[in-house]
Design a protein around this ligand. Structure first.
Ligand code: G4P
Length: 199
């Protein structure tokens, strides 16, 4: 996706060989126009999947997920990482360990908002080791909903999340795939750049 790749090239900051900072448009300040285009791209890629609900996780997954929900005309549910005062009963939960942050969160949603009739599209901002996506898949399975696909804004192709999810048979659509962040340089997977050039 050309707009996203340009944004990463212009504004992304390589913090280390494994971490890309994109605070100016995705993780802190949010670029609404870019988010709208990201939502449109996800909606186009999953147009034939019969999606009835989008599932994401707070906080940075929410903006792209809402925009995808807008384009697909379906509701968006976000899993919470912290206990909520009002969300206490009938929770569906999963445990998510972050290797990047070295912490484990119990994530939860209310069982009111996901059912066996739902066809779910999971959306998240980053795919690193795949633990957040696996936690969201676990929640969908517990609700007996079907997972039709996973939409990721930025996949770090040099970490194992994408391989784990694809090996399990899930359709993973990543709008930008990073090959490497070595030597302070962002290198994109060829297919992502080629798609962007053709767009
Ligand atoms: P995983 O789910 O794929 O296993 O990823 P991981 O646990 O490693 O990621 C933990 C958090 O770190 C997630 O955000 C994820 O988006 C973020 N993250 C991982 N790699 C990068 C990176 O290279 N750059 C940036 N900017 N973030 C990265 P989170 O804790 O859920 O934060 P937020 O959603 O509240 O912003």
């Amino acid at each position: 996706m050309e707009l996203l790749i340009e944004k990463i090239k212009n504004e992304g900051c390589v913090l280390s060989s494994s971490i890309l900072k994109v605070d100016s448009f995705l993780n802190h300040q949010i670029d609404p126009h870019l988010m709208l285009e990201i939502g449109k791209e996800f909606a186009e890629r999953f147009a034939d999947s019969g999606i009835t609900k989008i599932l994401t996780i707070e906080s940075s997954g929410i903006a792209p997920a809402v925009m995808a929900g807008l384009h697909l005309q379906v509701p968006v549910v976000f899993a919470r990482k912290r206990k909520s005062l009002t969300l206490v009963n009938d929770l569906i939960t999963a445990s998510v360990h972050s290797f990047t942050k070295e912490e484990t969160n119990e994530i939860s949603i209310s069982n009111k908002y996901l059912s066996e009739n739902d066809k779910v599209l999971i959306i998240d901002d980053f795919l690193a080791n795949g633990q957040a996506a696996l936690g969201l898949i676990e929640i969908a399975i517990k609700a007996k909903a079907s997972v039709e696909g996973i939409g990721i804004v930025i996949e770090k192709g040099f970490q194992e999340g994408g391989r784990i999810l694809r090996n399990k048979g899930y359709r993973v659509e990543s709008l930008a795939i990073l090959n490497s962040l070595e030597n302070g340089i962002v290198s994109f997977e060829k297919s992502t750049e080629r798609k962007a050039e053709l767009a």
